[in-house]
Design a protein around this ligand. Structure first.
Ligand SMILES: Cc1ncc(COP(=O)(O)O)c(C=O)c1O
Length: 379
């Protein structure tokens, strides 16, 4: 195989268990949006369910519907809606939909009436992230309208929820501020007669470090995949987590070249002396950031190397110096880090990004290979 992203589902299950221990009073939602942060939504959802995740979460309704099509029957929520979205299909598939404004609530109500079902609607509050969600000033009107739709039988408000802005920055004042606003918005909703099944606010960093944010449910994404939400918080092992994905390739060529030889587009690397070059058949078409030109780390022939020159669409080069290798030998771009390979966090540091992006951007051209306990065929 040219390249593969090996995903260890036993590791993912262990990560789910570690997260459940970190939030013992709450249920766990496994966030599998964006194809499970690049790890594969369906196999990861299956592994997470097997390890006790009561909920799955996606951004788009299409992602949630794909999980239903794959056989998932448990609680499942999606939150990124646009006008005219597939409300009816989601309601008929028993997916919890999210409304952060009157337009979304109204579209859910219309779709519920049209299919003769009671939609499960979760109301999203903007407690300070400034992104999606209902601002405090509009909240009384939204909850009153939701209450009226409940009375009619069109919807049931199953959840009240919000999202943190800076939970990955320990002690950031917005964390306490958002908690205060969330509690006030919950109180208002409860005074208006709403009785949600779940109130939820915590993402991975809050699950790991802000226990007072756990409420009834925690929504964990990055930590499921064994990656620390931020190097500031610690390394995965500090939280009992381990990265589930290892990205590898087989060397496509190895050759001796003289000193002064230009390497890859633009000749941004020139060999300092006679040396051995190895060709790694992965490029930005596979999701390797072009920004990694001259900076990305890779384990080849037992040592960390730095990408020599420009990352092309399909390949990049490493300079092995005096070491030797053969075509077909393994190059490991990132993994758990315990066999000397870089981690996704090392890549994030090298390219000025976050580990979330490094794993999520690995493209569909790279086959995912699942190892460990794969679980059954249905979810
Ligand atoms: C609304 C929402 N909840 C939870 C998550 C999971 O966040 P994390 O990957 O930090 O756990 C995300 C991801 O960005 C999100 O958008």
């Amino acid at each position: 195989m040219r390249a593969r992203a090996v995903v260890d589902l036993t590791t993912l299950r262990d990560n789910v268990r570690a997260l459940r221990e970190a939030a013992p009073t709450a249920e766990l939602m496994a966030v599998v949006k964006s194809d499970g942060y690049g790890h594969g939504a369906v196999p990861c959802a299956r592994a997470a369910r097997a390890a006790g995740a009561g909920w799955l979460g996606t951004a788009t309704p299409e992602e949630a519907l794909a999980l239903r099509a794959a056989g998932d029957q448990g609680r499942l929520m999606c939150w990124l809606w646009t006008p005219g979205g597939p409300w009816r299909q989601a309601i008929e598939a028993d997916i919890d939909v999210s409304a952060g404004g009157a337009w979304a609530l109204r579209e859910a109500v219309v779709a519920a009436r049209a299919c003769g079902r009671t939609a499960r609607v979760q109301l999203k509050a903007d407690t300070g992230l400034g992104r999606n969600g209902c601002p405090p000033a509009d909240w009384p009107d939204l909850i009153a309208e939701a209450r009226a739709a409940e009375a009619e039988g069109a919807i049931r408000v199953t959840g009240l929820w919000s999202h943190f802005a800076c939970a990955d920055e320990p002690g950031h004042p917005s964390i306490a501020a958002q908690l205060t606003v969330f509690r006030e918005m919950l109180d208002q909703a409860e005074r208006a007669g709403l009785r949600p099944e779940v109130r939820h606010l915590a993402n991975s960093p809050a699950t790991l470090t802000v226990p007072e944010s756990h409420f009834d449910l925690v929504r964990t994404g990055i930590a499921l995949y064994g990656i620390s939400p931020s190097p500031q918080l610690g390394v995965p092992a500090d939280f009992g987590l381990r990265p589930a994905m290892t990205l590898k390739a087989s060397l496509a060529a190895v050759k001796r070249v003289p000193g002064g030889h230009g390497v890859s587009y633009g000749h941004r690397y020139v060999t300092p002396g006679e040396t051995t070059l190895a060709l790694v058949p992965l490029g930005y078409g596979d999701g390797i950031p072009r920004h990694a030109s001259g900076t990305g780390p890779v384990l080849v022939a037992g040592k960390w190397r730095t990408i020599a020159g420009t990352v092309a669409m399909d390949q990049f080069v490493v300079d092995l110096g005096g070491d030797s290798a053969e075509p077909g030998d393994e190059a490991v771009l990132f993994g758990p880090g315990d066999h000397g390979e870089p981690t996704a966090e090392d890549w994030a540091r090298a390219v000025g990004s976050i580990a979330y992006e490094i794993v999520t951007r690995i493209s569909a051209r790279v086959p995912r290979v699942y190892v460990g306990n794969l679980g059954g065929t249905g979810i």
